[in-house]
Each structure stands twice: as structure tokens, then as C-alpha cells.
Design a protein around this ligand. Structure first.
Ligand SMILES: [Fe+2]
Length: 155
């Protein structure tokens, strides 16, 4: 019997601050969803065990991306076209992780879960925040009014 896999935990950090508001709150919630998956990695024994966590993550990610795109439109963010492409790529990456979860069987479930956990924690969201979102910082003032309008919208 293999050892139980080490649980990865993703932590919020000040280096992730984009707007001290709506966007940061979304990122914190995405971190929570990734950590819920991570904490359950040792308990997963079938694809069906993993899938609900990944589908929740996908749903909230789509909500978050829609919000970001609306804010960027409102602020006339100069990289908004490129940002939309990055969002589409990230959803495609998530779909690949979901496919990986769906096709893992038997002893491969834990390996797949660890791989998904590692990717989501070390690459997927960190890359989105630090590479894609931080360049928005200078435009945040232009997003404040639209952010107030979006506060009530939840997935
Ligand atoms: Fe974001």
C-alpha cells in the first residue's frame, strides 16, 4: 500500500493583490475551492469522487472571468482582448484536468488527483493572478464603479 499523498495547500499572499476588492475576493474563493480539492486527495478513490470539486471550480472560474472581462471593458483595459484569450486557455486547461480525472481508474486515481492538485496549486491559478491579472493594477481605479454594480451578482 502506497503512502498517503502529501496534501498541498495554496495560501493567499499579498503579492496576489490586484484591486483590494472584488477581483481579490474571487481569487481567494478560487484558492478555497482548490484547497477543498487538495484536502480530499487522500480520500478520492473514483473519478466520481473528484469530479464535483472540479466542476465547482470550473463554474466559479467562469463567473470570475466574466466579471473580470466586464470590469476590463468598463476600464477600457488595453490588454482586454489578450486577457479573454488567456481566460479561454485556462478553461481549456481545466477541461483537460477534468478529462484526466474522468479517465483515471483504480490505482491511477490517486496519481491523477496528485497531478491535478499540483497543477492547480503551483501553476494554474498562480499563473493567472501573477502573469495575467497583475498588469490590471493601474486600471483598477477605472473599474471601481463597475465593480460596485457587480457586487450583487453571484454565480
Ligand atoms: Fe483573475
Amino acid at each position: 500500500m502506497a503512502d498517503k499523498p502529501a496534501i498541498k495547500i495554496m495560501e493567499w499572499s499579498e503579492k496576489f493583490i490586484v484591486d483590494n476588492g472584488l477581483i481579490d475576493n474571487d481569487h481567494k474563493f478560487l484558492i478555497e475551492l482548490i484547497n477543498e480539492f487538495n484536502e480530499n486527495v487522500p480520500n478520492f478513490s473514483t473519478p466520481e469522487d473528484m469530479k464535483p470539486y472540479l466542476l465547482s471550480l470550473k463554474k466559479y472560474t467562469q463567473t470570475h472571468f466574466a466579471r473580470e472581462e466586464r470590469l476590463q471593458e468598463a476600464a477600457q483595459y488595453n490588454m482586454r482582448k489578450e486577457h479573454r484569450v488567456e481566460h479561454r486557455d485556462m478553461i481549456a486547461q481545466l477541461d483537460r484536468m477534468i478529462a484526466k480525472a474522468e479517465t483515471a481508474e483504480g490505482g491511477a486515481v490517486t496519481d491523477a488527483a496528485v497531478e491535478i492538485s499540483t497543477f492547480l496549486t503551483d501553476v494554474w491559478l498562480v499563473n493567472h493572478i501573477l502573469v495575467n491579472d497583475l498588469p490590471m493594477r493601474p486600471f483598477v481605479d477605472g473599474m471601481v464603479e463597475e465593480a460596485a454594480n457587480l457586487m450583487d451578482i453571484r454565480a
